[in-house]
Ligand binder design. Structure first.
Ligand code: SF4
Length: 609
């Protein structure tokens, strides 16, 4: 056990490290067969808001043979003290050194967290490269694992897809291996046979002269040609925590998260989550009510967030909200509906939801013109936008956030300027409401992120805009948004460019990540620590060309670094969706008409509704 007591009065937010929160699990490490550490490559406040961690933490600790503890990236002040005093990376529950665990499991939520993974391994005294590692096994999962290649040389094995069932199979295999006394490789061979598990060292990669992949070949008889994602078929039967850890300090999402369903019926062509979590599987109203009651009782939280990729598409939303309000209204608990589609906006729903506390509205049209929204298959019309915002302004709302992207495939300056026109159109809806009826102080916030082409989407072959081009478009829009009531925020283009490198990168990037960490790169998603210049220096030092991964268009014939990962959706479907996008044609959603994406092969869900 490491002693950090001398550091606590010298660091910001010591409760990030103390553990002992209400709901955290304490076991005697010596009493279990397997010690698993759930590692979140960012701060406590960000990690503690992650639903996946809450689910796997509860699931693993429900086993008597396993103890799951949490490890977060220490903030820079704590890291400095740890390095100065030779204190290794440690867990929150028992302050055990990371090296004392059997398996470290990293979640990959965002490519810009990769240097934190390298930094955490360094702080733990664990070899960065898998081939040099002894002792503890390092695994990873989460959405970014659908292109595991940029960190393949750093990770012993990946879990592709939803972890609830496969993690138990991995633990069982580990227990058998541990008792067997067999060499390290035997454990990896054992789990390489499991569906959804990918062991990178069991595959050889070769490259063509132009830098593209020439081949990707298994070199071990236990290695599968294709690693098919795992999904949980019946969410009503699946494990879901009825107790959450309640932190001592504020965290990003400090509330009950009630996951309504997984997957999405919509098929927006830029959205990776909409593909990798197919098909849609809902939890029943009764199951959700039971979970909500248990979580309210255990946590005392004053807000419940109804989470999913598109909560207003939940088929029993009205009935569920009715049932929840019977409980929440009496206890002054607020209901939040984060992902509301503008074409699904209903006043009756919002009035129900915001009975306790009224908050601003957030909509994501994503593009400023109808042509561009059709290319994205957003299936939202200008009329949907004006009708919903007018309804909101007529009923006491005066704050609206509108999310867009720039740098999209086929985008013209007219599309970029369309964002400004749309914001003006929304403002007009407010001023069309009689003064005595509307709330004071119109505030419209326009936010643009930069489009990053993602693996396993119809746009996976697209060229990403350069940093210069993205900044030119942001300037163009800035110049076009003149209304005082409209505020414009934009994402830093170079961060999205780097995200693009690691989103569609290959194995040659692992050494870049290790060099970047050595040169001081970490917390790259935090503005204070991020330096594009430092990154460009690292790429040059490693002889790697970031443009190769970003601004380059790929042909349909190119072997993509992630093609051995099967998301359940066919390449043919992605090609046809990309072609439809280029023609500006939309595709109906899964409830309107099945477009045969391939996810039906997983059975269940919307595909059979
Ligand atoms: S198989 Fe059809 S219904 Fe199912 S996810 Fe794919 S497109 Fe939607």
């Amino acid at each position: 056990m490491v002693d950090i007591s001398a550091f606590l009065d010298k660091v910001e937010k010591p409760a990030r490290y103390t553990g002992g929160e209400w709901g955290s699990i304490i076991k005697d490490p010596a009493s279990v067969d397997v010690r698993f550490a759930f590692c979140f490559p960012d701060t406590y406040e960000v990690g503690m808001s992650h639903l996946g961690m809450k689910i796997l933490y509860g699931l693993l600790n429900a086993r008597s043979d396993t103890y799951c503890e949490r490890i977060f990236a220490p903030w820079v002040d704590m890291e400095q003290l740890m390095r100065q005093n030779g204190v290794p990376l440690f867990s929150n529950e028992t302050h055990s050194s990371a090296g004392d665990f059997d398996i470290l499991g990293f979640t990959l939520q965002y490519e810009m967290s990769y240097t934190n993974i390298v930094n955490m391994l360094d702080l733990a005294g664990i070899a960065a490269f898998s081939e040099n590692r002894e002792g503890v096994f390092v695994c990873a999962g989460g959405p970014c694992a659908f292109n595991p290649e940029p960190i393949a040389d750093l990770i012993d094995f990946f879990v592709i897809g939803e972890g609830e069932e496969v993690i138990g199979e991995v633990i069982d295999a580990y227990k058998t291996w541990k008792k067997s006394g067999e060499p390290r490789r035997a454990f990896l061979e054992r789990i390489a046979r499991l569906d959804g598990v990918y062991v990178p060292q069991f595959y050889e990669v070769s490259y063509n002269g132009d830098g593209t992949l020439a081949s990707f070949t298994p070199n071990n008889e236990n290695a599968k040609r294709k690693i098919t994602k795992r999904i949980v078929h019946d969410l009503n039967k699946a494990y879901y925590p009825t107790e959450f850890i309640v932190p001592y300090i504020d965290i990003v999402h400090d509330r009950i998260m009630l996951e309504l369903f997984r997957g999405c019926i919509r098929g927006c062509r830029f959205c990776q989550a909409g593909i990798i979590y197919r098909p849609v599987r809902e939890r029943s109203r009764d199951r959700l009510l039971a979970l909500a009651n248990a979580l309210i009782k255990h946590t005392g939280y004053e807000e419940i967030s109804l989470t999913s990729l598109s909560s207003s598409d939940y088929t029993m939303l009205g009935e569920l909200c009715g049932g929840l309000l019977d409980v929440t209204e009496k206890q002054n608990i607020n209901l939040a509906l984060p992902s509301l589609r503008i074409d699904n906006f209903s006043l009756e729903l919002m009035e129900k939801i915001q009975k306790v506390r009224k908050s601003g509205l957030t909509f994501a049209p994503e593009a400023g013109t109808q042509r561009m929204r059709d290319v994205l298959n957003k299936n939202i019309t200008e009329e949907d936008i004006t009708k919903s915002t007018r309804l909101a302004f007529e009923n006491g709302y005066s704050g609206v956030k509108l999310y867009f992207m720039t740098g999209l495939p086929t985008e013209t300056d007219e599309d970029v300027l369309g964002i400004a026109s749309l914001a003006t159109l929304v403002a007009d809806q407010y001023f069309a409401v009689p003064r005595e009826q509307r709330a004071k102080g119109l505030s419209i916030t326009v936010s643009t992120s930069c489009f990053v082409p993602k693996p396993h989407t119809p746009f996976q072959w697209a060229a990403q805009d350069s940093v210069t081009e993205l900044m030119r478009k942001q300037k163009l829009l800035q110049g076009a948004i003149r209304q005082r009531a409209v505020k414009y925020n934009w994402h830093e283009a170079s961060v999205s460019y780097l995200e693009g490198v690691f989103a569609r990168g290959d194995r040659r990037l692992a050494k870049v990540l290790v060099a970047a960490q050595k040169s001081g790169c970490k917390f790259d998603s935090w503005h204070d620590f991020y330096s594009f210049e430092r990154w460009l220096g690292v790429f040059a030092e490693c002889g790697a060309d970031p443009d190769f991964y970003t601004v380059r268009h790929r042909s349909y014939d190119e072997l993509l670094p992630w093609e051995h990962i099967d998301s359940g959706v066919s390449k043919q479907f992605m090609v046809s969706e990309n072609e439809r996008a280029m023609r500006g044609e939309t595709t109906p959603n899964c409830r309107e008409n099945c477009s045969g994406c391939g996810a039906a092969s997983f059975g269940g869900g919307v595909c059979v509704d």
